[in-house]
Design a protein around this ligand. Structure first.
Ligand code: CIR
Length: 257
């Protein structure tokens, strides 16, 4: 069965980190409604939701993806690139401990889970303001014995690698070719975002269904035309905090009990 770890929206989300966007007012109630609808979509697709308590002192803590990378064999607790986000780790560690062996990225390395794209046994890690070569080396050491190939990957004009590319399955990617070089991503089928929707590459696949942000209907059509079932979710308020779809959950398989 699939577990989705989530965390409710902090009342302090307006104080979130911002890298590429101007700060605009964020309505916490609207953000919470959208987040709840996102969780409902995941539950509807068969995920068991493990929702962590809201963290009033941690503005970005709804974006749980950045704090861990959960593989079948091990969960890697990151060392987030933004110092304001490092206290998000303890609760995520406690949550994942029953399910996986834990490993940790340590200083001086920095890594955000939003920079880690897993496609089959290839792990691409974006080299960004949040993730560096020291962490990529550590990650390679942690997962190398499990047969993963770890690649540092250049990213342009966005916060994380997964703002540029995500995986629909082991062999199919959806990407914005202005933000990442297709040639860096191995020999896979690539669906480009619609040029009018540069932020549309961040999608979540659950089983045979792909969640796409409602703001990106043209890219949703392209994914649908490629043979995937698409479902849209509204995350416009979370997007003001530079959040997208993958960042609001940690998804992983556990054996049913
Ligand atoms: C941050 O800058 O850390 C947050 N405001 C947004 C993080 C979004 N995370 C993600 O896309 N993986």
């Amino acid at each position: 069965m699939l577990i989705a770890v989530t965390r409710g929206v902090s009342p302090a989300i307006a104080d979130c980190e911002l890298t590429h966007l101007e700060r605009t007012p964020i309505d916490v109630d609207t953000a919470r409604e959208q987040h709840t609808a996102y969780e409902a979509a995941l539950a509807d697709l068969g995920c068991r939701i493990e929702r962590l308590p809201v963290e009033p002192g941690l503005p970005d803590s709804v974006f749980v993806e950045d704090v861990a990378v959960v593989l079948d064999e091990v969960a890697v607790i990151t060392r987030p690139g933004a110092e304001s986000r490092r206290d998000e780790r303890s609760s995520i560690e406690r949550t994942l401990a029953p399910y996986r062996l834990l490993a940790r990225i340590t200083s001086p390395g920095i890594l955000d889970g939003g920079d880690v794209l897993v496609a089959g046994r290839d792990v691409h890690i974006g080299i960004t303001s949040r993730s560096d070569l020291a962490a990529i080396d550590q990650f390679r050491t942690i997962v190398g014995d499990h047969g993963y190939r770890v690649h540092g990957t250049a990213v342009r004009g966005c916060l994380h690698l997964k703002s540029a590319v995500t995986a629909l399955d082991d062999d199919t990617l959806v990407l914005n070719p202005d933000r990442v070089d297709v040639g860096d991503l191995g020999d896979r089928r690539c669906i480009s975002v619609d040029p009018s929707e540069p932020d549309a590459a961040n999608v979540v696949r659950v089983g045979g269904t792909v969640l796409v942000a409602a703001a990106f209907p043209h890219t949703a059509e392209r994914i649908s035309a490629a043979g995937f079932t698409v479902r849209t979710v509204e995350v416009s308020e979370l997007a003001k905090a530079e959040g997208a779809l993958t960042c609001c959950s940690l998804l992983f398989e556990v054996s049913a009990t």
